[in-house]
Design a protein around this ligand. Structure first.
Ligand code: NDP
Length: 450
């Protein structure tokens, strides 16, 4: 990039940081997008004149509220919750709710901003949002989680709706939490509407929604490999996390002939050279989904190594699937992966690679699937759940899965269209950023000064 180009980015970021002080995750997410987009915007006078990127980095609105609830010992508890409605230019707001003690406005703004591009990439009519609370569901009883969810919905229901904003799950918000939230919404508004996705199958949920983000991340990797004349068969893989995204990434990888040798949680990682598959995977699913146990128990059960307090990136692999949380692959982790011959990486989690890690992957010209493309399968099937709710029908597993595959294929094609270089190398980060930007930006141009 020219000196002028770098100066432009610096100037843009200085303004953004001044307007949004103390929000490092948000700055990081915008910086990554600005690096790809500012050169593109310079070539398109209409976007520059309408100050599209300045407007797209400012959320439409943010709702902040207190959630008061009572724990099992009768003590009053108070948490903070947010809903960041980022951009509804191409459809109603859509994006997950995260419950985690480290949730703050910076994290939710980064996630909402990314969500706008991701949702646009799916080709479906959905705008971008994110929300959540600093509530920690770990160690809480079901009744406590229920009381918290009901109290949160008491305020949130005023701001969401099937044509307004349709939240889903994310870290700490799974089927149990979505069910409590939906039950409370229904009670408050006395109507049965698709105002949340990730619902149970008996009350409007979609088949494949649970699996969608993990499956989609693997389908995206499949497409990147195919573009280079390779496939998944026999590849050794490392997955981080053992939550919703990670479990179904592992499942799809093993169905397609790859071998997953590591998985983790916030306590550490397990290394199973034989592969996490079949009955071992079923055991892990039941440990995590039903019993809410720790990954160290997998090592005890199957007699493999457990590395407490460590991330799994030192384990030799062909393919990596970070599927836990943001900034979980740092520069030295990226170096370790590359030194071990990494061929490709698909970001199941949101922004799992730090700026330094991304630079290293880019320099090594590996297949690098950025989150907004690679993990878009979850929100895509959420949008399919909205369509089924609106039509009051349910599609079969095969129907939803084949739509998901098609959507991931289209996202891959968009990335190639905007990211392929003269020598055939695809810069998927640039491809996804520009591919996601154009549709939203064109809608904003059409609306005039709004
Ligand atoms: P879950 O809560 O189901 O699982 C999260 C997993 O990551 C758990 O294994 C958790 O371990 C681990 N983890 C969380 N925080 C940390 C940390 N600081 N260090 C190490 N491990 C950690 O969440 P999901 O699987 O739903 O989400 C994972 C990622 O995927 C997030 O970045 C999310 O935004 C992204 N995503 C999710 C989508 C979805 O459909 N669910 C859609 C698109 C993106 P522990 O149990 O010990 O906390």
């Amino acid at each position: 990039m020219s000196k002028n180009g770098h100066d432009n980015i610096k100037r843009f970021m200085r303004g953004l940081i001044k307007r949004n002080p103390g929000e490092p995750e948000f700055h990081q997410a915008v910086h990554e997008v600005a690096e790809s987009l500012l050169p593109f915007i310079r070539e398109h006078r209409e976007y520059r004149r309408a100050r599209i990127l300045e407007r797209m980095t400012e959320p439409d609105r943010i709702v902040i509220f207190r959630v008061t609830w009572e724990d099992d010992r009768g003590r009053f508890r108070a948490n903070r919750a947010w809903r960041v409605q980022f951009n509804n230019s191409i459809g109603p707001y859509k994006g997950g709710l995260r419950f985690h003690p480290k949730v703050n406005l910076s994290v939710l703004k980064f996630l909402g901003f990314e969500q706008t591009f991701k949702n646009s990439l799916t080709g479906l009519p959905i705008g971008g949002a994110k929300g959540g609370s600093n509530f920690n569901p770990k160690g809480k009883s079901d009744r406590e989680v229920m009381r918290f969810c009901q109290s949160l919905m008491l305020e949130l229901h005023r701001h969401i709706g099937d044509d307004i904003d349709v939240p889903a799950g994310d870290i700490g918000v799974g089927r149990r939490e979505i069910s409590y939230l939906f039950g409370q919404f229904k009670r408050l508004q006395n109507r049965f509407a698709g105002i949340l996705t990730g619902k149970g199958l008996s009350f409007g949920g979609s088949l494949i929604r649970t699996e969608a983000t993990g499956y989609g991340s693997v389908y995206f990797m499949e497409k990147m490999l195919a573009h280079r004349g390779e496939d998944l068969e026999g590849k050794t893989c490392v997955v981080s996390g053992s939550g919703n995204v990670a479990l179904y990434t592992i499942e799809k990888l093993s169905q397609l002939g790859a071998r997953v040798v590591a998985a983790s949680d916030s306590g550490g990682f397990v290394h199973d050279p034989q592969g996490i598959r079949d009955e071992k995977l079923e055991w892990l699913k039941s440990l995590k989904e039903a019993r809410r146990g720790r990954i160290s128990e997998y090592a005890e059960e199957f007699g493999c190594d457990y590395h407490a307090g460590k991330r799994p990136w030192g384990v030799r692999c062909d393919l990596a699937f970070p599927s836990a949380t943001q900034n979980e692959i740092r520069g030295d982790d990226a170096k370790a992966l590359l030194d071990n011959g990494l061929l490709g990486l698909s970001e199941g989690a949101n922004m799992p690679s730090t700026v330094e890690a991304q630079r290293r992957f880019h320099a090594a010209r590996i297949l690098f699937g950025p989150a907004k493309a690679a993990n878009a399968g979850g929100v895509a099937v959420s949008a399919l759940e909205q369509s089924q709710n609106a039509l009051r029908i349910s599609w079969s597993r095969d129907e939803v899965d084949s739509r998901l595959r098609e959507i991931m294929k289209n996202i891959h094609e968009k990335c190639v269209r905007y990211g392929e270089e003269d020598d055939g190398y695809v810069d998927y980060v640039r491809g996804a950023n520009i591919g996601g930007f154009v549709k939203v930006a064109d809608a904003m141009l059409a609306y005039g000064v709004v």
